[in-house]
Write a protein that binds this ligand. Sequence first.
Ligand SMILES: Nc1ncnc2c1ncn2[C@@H]1O[C@H](COP(=O)(O)OP(=O)(O)O)[C@@H](O)[C@H]1O
Ligand SMILES: [Mg+2]
Length: 569
Amino acid sequence: MKTLKEYFKREFLRYIAVVSLLVTVDIAQVYLPQFTRFAIDSISKRNINGLIKYAIYIVIFSIGIVVLRFLYQSLLRAAVLRFDYELKNRIFESFVFFKRKTLEKFEIGDLMSRVTNDTQAVRMFLIMGFLAIIDIFVLGLTTFVFMVKMNLKLTLAVSVPLLFLFPLALNFGTKIHKLYRRINMLFADMSVRVRELVQGIRVIKAFVKERYFTQLFRGVNEEYLKENLKLVKLDGFFDPIVNFLINLANFVLIFYGGLLYIKGVVGMGSIAAFFQYIETLTWPMMAVGFSIALYQRATASLSRIEEIISIPKETQGIVLDTVDRIEVKNLRFSYDGNIDILKGINLTINKGDVIGLTGNPGSGKTTLINLLLKIIDAPKGSVFFDSNDINDIAFESIKNLFAFVPQEGFLFSDTILNNIKVGNPNATREEVEYVAKVACVYDDIMSFKDKFETVVGEQGITLSGGERQRIAIARALLARRPFLVLDDALASVDFKTESCIIKSLEEHFLKSGLTVIMISERLSSLSIANKIYVLVDGTIIEEGTFNDLVAKEGYFYHLYRKQLLEENL
Ligand SMILES: Nc1ncnc2c1ncn2[C@@H]1O[C@H](COP(=O)(O)OP(=O)(O)O)[C@@H](O)[C@H]1O
Ligand SMILES: [Mg+2]
């Protein structure tokens, strides 16, 4: 509710204006039937001057009401739409600044519905609900007062059927919103299915899952139809029942009002005015129910929105431009607080080092890198950049220090040129070609029909895993960050290409003074490292230069011999 309070505080003057206009309109609205009454009474008395006078009043008031309505509606809607716009931006901004762990906790559909459904609920309440509440108090009460002033007993009698409008509207309002919410969710589900189909079409075809997928979609679509039919039924009931209650009130008016007229207690004009008042009163009676339903929904939605907004952003911390030394001291890490994935790691990376990291699959190499990149939080006192604990350093700084190539080599559906330029949008064509050559992917690119303009991904050609990895390496080189991390980035590249890359990377590293962390399960590619760590099941069991480790005849040596044999087979 804090968000709402801030909003009302900021828009206080505007709301004063809206309320004043609204009250004026409502009062004018209540006066109108009185003019009808006097006009009709003038007709009964054959008083032409009176008739003309009240007819003119009716015209002036009607026009005035239209103008004022337009004014307060635009004032209110503009303010609420702006608030809605800000709210959506704030929600999305929270998503963007979530830590990865936090973002992964939510489902896409849930996040989507907070941006769309929940902001809509708040918007509806701030417009419809607000107008309804004012109408209840001003229109409802004044109408009632005017009716009572004409005749108390008749007022009470016609009010009885109208009273049922309140529970009817409350029930309808609550049910229809639940249905809408469910229908929106199902709609989102269907979109997800279609997207899955497009993204996974090859897997679906390969595993002959067409029928299964059709069935899945049919299931969601069936639910969608069912809920929509419920909506039609609910909607179809509401209007006739409202009309029935109004007719009932009119019947009471004619019958009981007629008796009172015959007795000479009320005039014909009053009865005509009562007809209009019944119509006027219908809305405030329903509005009580609607605004309660809108309020309940809006507060629920607002707390879902505030839950997102209040998640603390990535903390701002120490800003580092350069780092001379990264130190990992006795680092223990566990995902679940139970099993240690890293069991006391010690290592040092000095500026200009080319560090090799190898080990069995699942030994924790990627985990260690994610800790160094602050993608996951390291325990305090275990990772230091110069003398700063990584927990005290701004995420932004870490991001600017590292260029990172993950194993999957993710590419966007765009041209190869643009994919490489993600690393540095301002790079020149020469720079792009240079890094493509260093990553040994230049010749491959030039062999495509559209060369660097070749579109990859969904709309274009499908690249091999090795080509994707090399483009990802080129992108990382282009970024010119002081640290380069290659996480098994050559795993899908064949032996021949690999030795080409290793050679040109070595040259590039020497020339550029990059600090490199190179993870590889293929040991030959670590020959350019000046220090290698061997990680087995979360523990560093060997470390040293390539030659040291070979000479040692331990784990590294035996694995290397095995790989050489396989390579020569
Ligand atoms: N996000 C995660 N949540 C829980 N366990 C994980 C997560 N990521 C990796 N692990 C586990 O941590 C261990 C080390 O994984 P990883 O660091 O990816 O190893 P490597 O990169 O050396 O193959 C594995 O047992 C893996 O199942
Ligand atoms: Mg890994």
